[in-house]
Write a protein that binds this ligand. Sequence first.
Ligand code: RFL
Ligand code: PHB
Length: 390
Amino acid sequence: MKTQVCIIGGGPSGLMLSQLLHLQGIETVVLERQTRAYVLSRIRAGVLEQGFAQLMRQAQCGDRMDREGEVHDGFYIAHSGKMDRVDLHKYSSGNSVMVYGQTELTRDLYEARDRLNGIVIHSAEDVKPHDLKAANPFVTFQVAGEEKRVDCDFVVGADGFHGVSRQAIPANVLKEYEKVYPFGWLGILSRTKPVSPELIYAKHDRGFALCSMRSQVLSRYYIQVPLTDKVEDWSDDAFWEELKRRLPAEVVAHLVTGPTIEKSIAPLRSYVAEPMRYGNLFLAGDAAHIVPPTGARGLNTAGSDIYYLFQAMIDHYKHGNSAGLDHYSEKALARVWKAQRFSWWMTTMLHNFPDTSEYDQKLKDIDLAYLFSSEAAQSSMAENYVGLPY
Ligand code: RFL
Ligand code: PHB
């Protein structure tokens, strides 16, 4: 098989790039290790910045998002038994975020790929990129035991944190930066009315909690748990009881509980791989960097990578100008590190860390007090949460 861009990974990053390039007449093949049903069973992001929503529209995938997604102009931070609101609209010059689940937007991207007869190969095993420093790299893989090969101009590694693409970069070239947090998030989905029309991030002595949603009949809640906890340790009742303990009474009064339809634990980690280009391999999204979900930056930062890479490929194929490709890594990483900083700051401020000194605890408390006493601090919070410009 021959194509222009071979994309490893059929998550949101890979599908979005494939769709955008196809609309500009650039051929792609997407290789995905899992089945489509498996990819669509993963419950992940819920909050999209306007830049990402705009990319969905540009990819001709925004109709359902614009119909069913919810525009949020602010969110709450619950602390010391009270609720303070961050007014995103006021403090980011009229900007807002879109609440629309990653599962749904991935479904929309798959349907768009189907409409254009885009090539997405599922259950691709043992995917391996080759000759990345040569003008004609290729990727080998197996489907149902049969060996296949795709020849291409470029390989894009959009295969998530546990993918193979990053591993193709030699160890003496790849520099990795990592911070592992000593806790995880236990998340549940339940067919109940969300407790609040806007998200609530809660800081509590027992640990962080988050009240989010997918729609007005589907709630998503998270609580901070020790890394040693297992999903099986948490009955539905135990989850709801613990969530209630971490929320202000005025919120608990409105909490509707019910059976959970998904329950999982995600460890929290910050990670960046540099550079994001090696020869004709380009990394994008979680393949190159991840953040703890506290600032809702992961998918959104994948979106800016895809935007830069898409623009650079257009310049290369349509205008014979490869400067964008040459500067891709540098440009993407500049925004990636800002998302890292914001995610680290929100995570540190809102979570309980084992063995925090009394001094550090005081600083975390004053961080929140300062935030809600300063318009400048709220502007900084808002501009990061709605997404820094591309
Ligand atoms: P993905 O989604 O991991 O997709 C990568 C795809 O590559 C496939 N793959 C392979 N394919 C072929 N060969 C191989 N060897 C392969 N290895 C892997 C995988 O099967 C998969 O289909 O990466 P992508 O596309 O870069 O997208 C990134 C996002 O998924 C991620 O950043 C977000 O989910 C992070 N995130 C959030 N981001 C936000 O912007 N806003 C949020 O509100 C938000 N909430 C979250 C989140 C992540 C969470 N978890 C579970 C980590 C909440 C949670 C709980
Ligand atoms: C979610 O709804 O899954 C969600 C929302 C906001 C976050 C993280 C996750 O910061």
